[in-house]
Design a protein around this ligand. Structure first.
Ligand code: PEP
Ligand code: MG
Length: 578
């Protein structure tokens, strides 16, 4: 038996069989000339590939219709239509006959050309077609080249997925009910794969460095997403230990729901709001199950991440409406698209040399005003269904808030012209997740109806640590004095301006930070829904006064080590209560 230790990012205990998933890498596509009399046999090879791909896609489509949201099924439907499109086949045939080269190469070359042409189009519909072509050409090539790889969308048995790295879009499109746990070389607690695996309730251990090399396909693994332990080929004794731990985990999960309807209020009457972060509309129900008082962060970019991004206004409107209907009258904060960084859509995002400092979030939206306004109109229209707040991500200074607000006004004018109802008083907030924003929070507060602190990025940019890189993860300390000072500055600036300060980074759901955050005056905590019960339970056992003293002491510490020691001591002192 071998024991590996990584970063626990999504709790849960699983024993199962490993599936090593290697990122799809096509071998070099062969290129050679053919004789005229070989055209027919090359063409029939392609037709066979089309046939196989169509069959596979039909199965997928049926499943998507049964199990997925409408917009996901629509993607698969588009693939099916494209496979049946006679124009695409005609172009391939003409080229095969005129070039006299093997069909694999003809297909590869034509699809690359089409993808390139479509992906720089200003028309969102055409850009979407680029992703469709990419997807189906890969499917056809897999069949032509006889590449047999595990395809995550088509898993037929339960597995523990072992990967070097996994893109959020892959996690979104895979057959999730078959993935019992994720074990990954890369990643950290705040990487988007971690956030999504929590959202889907898939236990995960990330940052293992070389797990994908050390584990073999089919190995039995025992994964503990709470401790970060992964056992490879566990023995009988360890298996028994894991089975016991699993029972305990399940019981604790049931118990945690008992306080669902209690208020998040300290012993001396400080009431805060506990909300949920969601990535896809289907999560809204889970948020309610855990007692969320609203959605504090709807990461709307996940609508744009799966291949064939459904960017149309109508599809967005339906998704937002779905969340609002589930949430009843509870407020839903929709964050405008935050693509880029580790959430790049490879088909559409330019290849930034340094993506985390690159063309992402509000920068991307301000550069593509039509795309941005389409989203803003969809959000505005949805505001007639329930209580919506808009939030702009990655704000670095006042100019971006002003520009974004101007575009919002234009979107409102367009809605008025179309006579569609919307909330004229919709609140507009910003994320504080870049040090320059925290430093100028007093200025930004004047143009914002609320703040929400994104500690995942704020920590990343404060200490210059890539949040997905396990080698530097040890530096990403939320209790670093710089971070605590940024938090205080932001919360104080919000209160001085009479607006609320929320937090939607992972720190909001970390019970080791709850008391300090209360003491700093945070008004709203938004987190992965399943973390709400434990944060609430802690809030209900402390006094605001003691938290204020703790926060003050923490702010005077010189290192994160001192802060952690302080919190430990504080917890021990309040141990009976907590
Ligand atoms: C954050 O940066 O803390 C945040 C909530 O946004 P995201 O994790 O989506 O970047
Ligand atoms: Mg962020």
């Amino acid at each position: 038996m071998k024991k590996l230790n990584g970063i626990p990012t999504s709790s849960g205990i699983v024993i199962g069989k490993a599936l090593i998933y290697v990122e799809e890498e096509f071998p070099e596509i062969p290129r050679h000339s053919i004789r005229k009399d070989e055209v027919a046999s090359e063409w029939s090879r392609l037709l066979k590939a089309f046939d196989e791909a169509t069959k596979e896609t039909k199965v997928l489509y049926e499943r998507a219709q049964r199990e997925m949201a409408q917009e996901h099924a629509a993607i698969v439907e588009a693939h099916l239509l494209m496979l049946e499109d006679p124009d695409f086949q005609d172009q391939l045939k003409n080229r095969l006959e005129s070039r006299l080269e093997n069909i694999d190469w003809i297909l590869w070359e034509l699809s690359r050309e089409l993808i390139q042409k479509l992906s720089i189009s200003t028309d969102a519909y055409l850009r979407e077609r680029a992703a469709d072509i990419s997807d189906i050409s890969r499917r056809l090539l897999r069949s032509l080249l006889n590449i047999k790889k595990p395809v995550l969308t088509e898993l037929s048995e339960d597995v523990i997925l072992v990967v070097h790295d996994l893109m959020p879009s892959e996690l979104l499109s895979m057959r999730r009910e078959r993935v019992k746990a994720i074990v990954m070389d890369m990643g950290s607690r705040t990487s988007h794969t971690a956030i999504l695996s929590q959202a889907f309730g898939i236990p995960a251990v990330l940052g293992l460095s070389s797990a994908s090399r050390e584990i073999k396909d089919g190995d039995i693994l025992a994964v503990d997403g709470s401790s970060g332990e992964v056992l490879v080929k566990p023995t009988g004794k360890d298996l028994a230990r894991y089975k016991k731990a699993l029972e305990k985990f399940q019981k604790a999960a049931e118990d945690s729901l008992s306080g669902r309807d209690l208020p998040a209020e300290t012993l001396d009457g400080r009431r805060v709001a506990l909300k949920a972060n969601i990535e896809i509309p289907e999560e809204a129900e889970l948020a309610l199950r855990y007692g969320a008082e609203g959605i504090g962060l709807y990461r709307s970019e996940f609508l744009f991440l799966a291949p064939g991004q459904p960017a149309e206004e109508e599809i967005q409107y339906l998704a937002y409406g779905q969340v609002l209907r589930v949430m009843g009258g509870l407020p839903v904060t929709i964050r405008t698209i935050d693509v880029g960084g580790d959430k790049a859509n490879p088909e559409f995002q330019h290849n930034d040399k340094n993506p985390l400092l690159g063309w992402r979030a509000i920068r991307f939206c301000l550069a593509l005003p039509q795309l941005f306004k389409t989203q803003l109109r969809a959000i505005l229209r949805a505001s007639a269904i329930g209580k919506v707040r808009i939030m702009f991500p990655m704000i670095s200074g006042i100019e971006e808030v002003e520009q974004a607000r101007e575009l919002l006004e234009e979107a409102k004018a367009e809605c008025r012209k179309r006579k569609v109802p919307f909330d004229e008083n919709i609140e507009v907030g910003i994320m504080i997740e870049i040090p320059s924003a925290a430093m100028t929070a007093d200025i930004l507060a004047k143009k914002s109806d609320f703040f929400s602190i994104g500690t995942n990025d704020l920590i990343q940019y404060s200490m210059a640590v890539d949040r997905g890189n396990e080698k530097v993860n040890y530096l990403a300390k939320p209790t670093h004095p710089a971070v605590l000072r940024f938090l205080k500055m932001t919360i104080d600036a919000a209160h001085k301006q009479g607006i609320k300060a929320a937090m939607c980074g992972e720190l909001a759901g970390d019970i080791n930070a709850t008391a300090i955050l209360l003491g700093l005056g945070l008004d709203e905590f938004s987190m992965t829904a399943s973390h709400i019960p434990q944060v609430k339970s802690l809030i209900r056992k402390v006094t605001l006064e003691s938290c204020k003293v703790l926060a003050e002491k923490a702010l005077s510490c010189e290192s994160w080590r001192d802060v952690e020691a302080l919190v430990k001591k504080w917890t021990a002192k309040h141990a009976q209560k907590i």
